[in-house]
Design a protein around this ligand. Sequence first.
Ligand SMILES: Nc1nc2c(c(=O)[nH]1)N[C@H]1C(S)=C(S)[C@@H](COP(=O)(O)O)O[C@H]1N2
Ligand SMILES: [Mo]
Length: 422
Amino acid sequence: MENQLEPVAGGGLLDRRLFLKRGLVFSAATAVSLQVFAKVKPFDSNLPAWMLKPGEPFSNYGEPSPYEKSTIRWKMENSMAPGNGVSWTPLHDLEGTITPNGLHFERHHNGVPEIDPKRHQLLIHGLVEKPLMFSVDSLLRYPMRSLFCFIECGGNSNAGWRSKPIQTQAGYFHGMASCSEWTGVPLSVLLHEARIKAVGKWLIAEGADAAAMNVSIPLEKALDDCIVAVYQNGERIRPENGYPLRLLVPGWEGVLNVKWLRRLHITTRPSMTRNETSKYTELLPSGKARQFSFFMDAKSLITSPSPGYKMDGSGLYQITGLAWSGRGKISKVEVSADGGNSWAEAQLQEPVLSKCFTRFRIPWQWQGKDIIIMSRAVDETGYQQPSRKMLIAQRGKHGYFHYNAIVSWKVAADGGISHVYA
Ligand SMILES: Nc1nc2c(c(=O)[nH]1)N[C@H]1C(S)=C(S)[C@@H](COP(=O)(O)O)O[C@H]1N2
Ligand SMILES: [Mo]
């Protein structure tokens, strides 16, 4: 039993099974856990106000507790272009893997259109035998499919390319990624109905916002696992996230997940729209350009403890975070609490799903000293999340998109946490 408390890696990382075996937590681990519980105030025998009278009435649509008012999306609007900007998911304030709908990150090029679902239509045309027009109601009659998957903007975490580590909370650095259960009609069903001509190889998807944002997607992907989503975590998609219809392109760059979807045009080749030429195309150190870099590669980060969090003295803590890969399932997450000298495997929360956020956790006994904590993920293809050095060696110093390097947090002896390049 005693052995189970032995650190499994430097910096005080404990066996990942510690939290699972009740016996261990309450016997051998008591010396550690008491340090946490001893800080709780003695039980108050005076009843609190909320137990002395009936509570609030029912509500038509629930809201978070007023004590959770600080758990919000952080907005950054572009004053030069109205409606253009971003809001980040506060990943550092959340647990589990599903992003509450009101906290899903937002990326709009021209604001959120207020669409009347009775007037909205989806057109499939171009290289098809039978052009089709769908009302939202007609789509609701098709067989649907649900999938849990993340959406991540290709520009997420791009502050990582800066020469100095950005000092902000984890979500305001990495939170242009969110994860939901999306339900809708498999795109293959609709495309088969329109009967694509043999020469058709790509589709151009267009939204009904004022920007009429559009992108090109290879038909192979469209026919594989894309859906025309109507529901987000069980309710109709929020206006910010594409109401009444959005395209879902699992595991690929966020920009391809066209919101307010109104048109799918089948073509022989990509149409070289703004978002695949002036954006999302990057020069490599070799002088060659990276274009159509669709997949979001494996990534992970520790969400707690993380910047903004203050350690409350040495002792037992849980290190937890998120890992995801656009190429499939996460197969392993390792955590280091000694700046990368040694690593221990974290527990992955079941179910581990393909192209979906995966929660990892590992118990940790902090000695109260300066230390660097970090995580690295491996996906089922064997791809390992790179160090920052490796990423820069491959991609150059002036990247903007697809930053997925290992993230390091420095825990200082005074309990403060900051972002460092290790
Ligand atoms: N029609 C339309 N679709 C769009 C966008 C847009 O501005 N207009 N932004 C794209 C980008 S860049 C991203 S990252 C995702 C963001 O989806 P979300 O706002 O639901 O998080 O939507 C994509 N789809
Ligand atoms: Mo994006």
